[in-house]
Design a protein around this ligand. Structure first.
Ligand code: ZN
Length: 386
């Protein structure tokens, strides 16, 4: 009897430990996002714009951490609105609480959690996120200028959210106001979202390039992530790549100040050519670098893409000694065959042929594909030698 009692007590205890050990629920298997480290930096995947029940979201803070971990992110910022808290009669707390609740779960999962808040004002200046805050409560002031100044004094970074949001930008076209010039000139605004949730703002992307602002893409999710984006249907939240010296909050802050970011949105990456080119070079390899071609005959060159980004290539102005596909897609994690063909029966000798493409999924400006060159060593054999 005693033994049975002991075993059943142990069993109940195990169930309880199991329950306590998974207080936040669902985390099980994390997917990894394969985008290579480049130029000596770690490529960190980050979402700096998320809401919880502590503002107008419908999600508990710890769940945001689980969602981000499951989807392969390295860092998030929960940025509940300072000024808009429709659940405040039920969720009675100060502005730091959602961060404090999420922090324990973030520590368990080694997810970098950055304290943030959304300064939520009419246009101009619209909505701005302050991240790397020390204390969100002092941002609850009447004048937005004071809120931004206080954030800045705490060492926070401030960026402009969804500049082309149609409720603040008629027709969904972003407008740059004097207030933004003022923030920029005072060093109070370091970046802007070129993509937010399901929207992309090409005009904001151009401003980021012209005014040296960090490009960001964030989910701004208010609902459970699975309601907004379903990875098994090819949908993924927008996120920001940060090229950081190490995987830490301070390294992320430093990288953002140095404009080492890129924006990932609906299968495309937007950012400076030095980062995008490095991502392409680290991801794509020719399985053979040397082939021989007889006359106008052809051969196959296998091209492997180790990343999780599909590279859609469209031929640029190429060397006339080889005929190459006008378009080729290098799908994520796969190997494609590129058929190449000679253009002359008489050509002879060994030559390195540059094959030029524009990558439509790597945008160095609005609608501007990254130019890349694949180099293939070719031994040309004239027909009469056969
Ligand atoms: Zn928001």
């Amino acid at each position: 009897m005693k033994k049975i009692y002991f075993i059943s007590t142990l069993f109940v205890a195990m169930i309880l430990i199991g329950a306590v050990g998974s207080t936040e629920g669902a985390a099980s298997e994390r997917i990894e996002i394969n985008i290579p480290d480049i130029l000596g930096y770690k490529t960190l995947k980050c979402d700096f714009h998320l809401h919880t029940v502590f503002s107008d979201g419908n999600v508990w803070p710890g769940v945001r951490v689980d969602e981000a971990w499951l989807q392969g992110l390295d860092a998030i910022s929960i940025t509940d609105h300072i000024e808009y808290r429709p659940h405040k009669d039920d969720i009675v707390s100060d502005h730091n609480r959602s961060y404090e609740i999420a922090r324990a779960r973030a520590e368990q999962l080694s997810l970098i959690l950055i304290k943030g808040s959304e300064i939520t004002r009419d246009m101009p200046p619209g909505h701005l996120n302050a991240i790397f805050l020390k204390d969100s409560n002092p941002l609850d002031v009447e004048d937005w200028r004071d809120a931004i100044r206080i954030a800045h004094e705490q060492g926070a970074l401030v960026f402009w959210n969804h500049p082309g949001w149609d409720r603040q930008a008629p027709g969904g076209i972003a407008v740059w106001y004097d207030e933004h010039t003022h923030l920029l000139e005072q060093g109070l605004m370091m970046g802007l979202e070129v993509a937010n949730h399901v929207s992309y703002y090409p005009e904001a992307y151009q401003w980021a390039i012209d005014k040296n602002l960090a490009v960001l893409a964030n989910s701004d999710s208010h609902q459970p992530m699975a309601h907004d984006f379903q990875p098994d249907k090819g949908e993924f939240r927008p996120y920001t790549l940060v090229f950081a010296e190490e995987r830490s909050a301070e390294a992320i802050r430093k990288a953002m100040l140095d404009r080492r970011t890129a924006a990932v949105f609906q299968g495309k990456i937007m950012g400076d050519s030095r980062f995008l080119e490095a991502i392409f070079k680290e991801s794509v390899t020719l399985e053979v670098s040397s082939v021989s071609i007889k006359g106008q005959g052809g051969t196959a060159v296998q091209v492997h893409n180790a990343s999780d980004i599909d590279f859609r290539l469209v031929a640029g102005k190429s060397d006339c000694s080889l005929q190459v596909p006008g378009e080729i897609t290098l799908s994520d994690g796969k190997t494609a065959v590129m058929g190449v063909r000679g253009t002359s029966d008489t050509m002879s000798g060994r030559k390195t042929v540059p094959i030029s493409y524009g990558v439509e999924t790597l945008l160095v400006g609005p609608g501007e594909s990254l130019p890349v060159t694949l180099e293939l060593e070719v031994e040309f054999i004239p027909l009469e030698q056969q």
